[in-house]
Design a protein around this ligand. Structure first.
Ligand code: SF4
Length: 375
């Protein structure tokens, strides 16, 4: 019986850096993009073929994977299909940003086999987009969305953000209604985190207060619910059957293999992350072991922590039976005290052999999840 495997491909290019972004991405020339694609293909070719696995999902993320020529991505996807055994219905996602798409590019993606598109919109208000340093307006997003639909993308995610500088509850609600009316199959709604080292961290930002942020979170579920979306993870909402299989695999600790600088992998109990040093990546990508850093073999305790920490992010929570099957101990033997504490506070629910965060629990999920760490 073959084991599922997810693939992640990092494309570290953006037209311009957004002011809040700390992802590994930068602007580039066509020549640099070509050189990068060659290095990426070297890494893929040298990484083995994993005959005991079948690929269930592929995610091209970044950066902005829609920045390089579409043909280059098509070549990478073809190489992956050559090297790995793909499930017939594999979910193949491309992250893209408005302002970088054209009909021609979308046609190439479709023909290559991409069947899911994830579009970064963030807000429908151009002044909020400008504050974020995004390269596009809402009208450009709309154009990209319609083009994608016209060219046959029937599985689209739209990213939205809350907690933005100058954003009000009202303006966020308008963003939610406007995007939901377009009926994408999936909406990711994240709240802004001001990361150290970004231009945002240097500014005196006019951010919504804590109470408004809380209301924004609550209104996300309420408004998207009115349009037929169900929340299935802390920040993710989908129409029935359109949950992102790639992300669910990640939260359920399915094996995944990442290619490109900064890409992370989990193979059994082995976890590693590729170097973020581009020079090193270009020099050594043909020998994957040399670009892999932070290689660790996870202990049983590490695996238990991850099982809880990631699994509790999902609305369906975690399965007590699965915990016992994986680790040979009941969940109460290991986490009895923590469970008792949060169940009594109504921050966790327990029913039909599953345990999950309540609505109240989600709002302080960071505190609760960190209580499942042993260290
Ligand atoms: S488009 Fe995305 S990856 Fe690129 S700079 Fe903006 S937030 Fe970062």
């Amino acid at each position: 019986m073959k084991t599922p495997l997810e693939l992640y491909i990092h494309i570290p290019f953006c037209i311009r850096k957004c002011d809040y972004c700390d992802f590994l991405s930068f602007s580039s020339t066509r020549e640099q993009q070509k050189t990068y694609m060659k290095a990426l293909k070297r890494e893929i070719r040298a990484s083995g073929t994993f005959p005991e696995h079948h690929v269930t999902t592929v995610f091209f993320g970044g950066g902005t994977p829609s920045v390089p020529e579409a043909e280059r991505l098509a070549e990478v996807l073809e190489l992956l299909k050559d090297r790995f055994q793909f499930n017939q219905d594999a979910e193949i996602t491309l992250e893209a940003n408005p302002g970088t798409l054209s009909e021609e590019k979308l046609r190439v993606y479709r023909e290559a086999g991409f069947n899911r598109l994830s579009l970064g919109c963030q807000s429908v208000h151009s002044e909020e987009l400008k504050q974020l340093g995004r390269i596009h307006t809402y009208e450009e997003f709309l154009e990209s969305f319609s083009m994608a639909r016209k060219l046959g993308f029937s599985n689209i995610n739209v990213d939205l953000m809350s907690g933005l500088p100058g954003q009000t509850l009202k303006s966020y609600e308008v963003s939610l209604h406007t995007i939901a009316k377009l009926e994408p199959e999936h909406i990711s709604a994240y709240s802004l985190i001001v990361e150290p080292g970004t231009p945002f961290a240097e500014r005196n930002l006019d951010l919504p207060d804590e109470e408004t942020e809380r209301r924004m979170y609550d209104r996300t579920g309420e408004i998207l619910g009115e349009y037929g979306y169900t929340q299935y993870e802390i920040s993710n909402y989908a129409k029935p059957g359109r949950e992102c299989r790639h992300n669910i695999g990640y939260w359920k600790r399915t094996n995944y293999l990442g290619f490109g600088p900064g890409a992370a992998s989990l193979l059994g109990s082995r976890r590693f992350t590729n170097t973020t040093d581009m020079k090193k990546y270009f020099a050594d990508s043909g020998c994957p072991e040399m670009v892999r850093e932070d290689v660790e073999v996870l202990s049983v305790q590490d695996c238990m922590e991850e099982f809880m920490f990631l699994g509790l992010r999902m609305n369906e929570g975690i399965s007590e039976k699965q915990f016992e099957e994986l680790f040979g101990q009941s969940i109460d033997e290991v986490y009895g005290e923590v469970l008792k504490k949060y169940l009594a506070l109504d921050l966790l629910w327990r029913s039909n052999g599953r345990i999950g965060l309540t609505r109240e629990g989600i709002s302080i999920s960071n505190v609760i999840l960190s209580d499942f760490l042993f260290g």
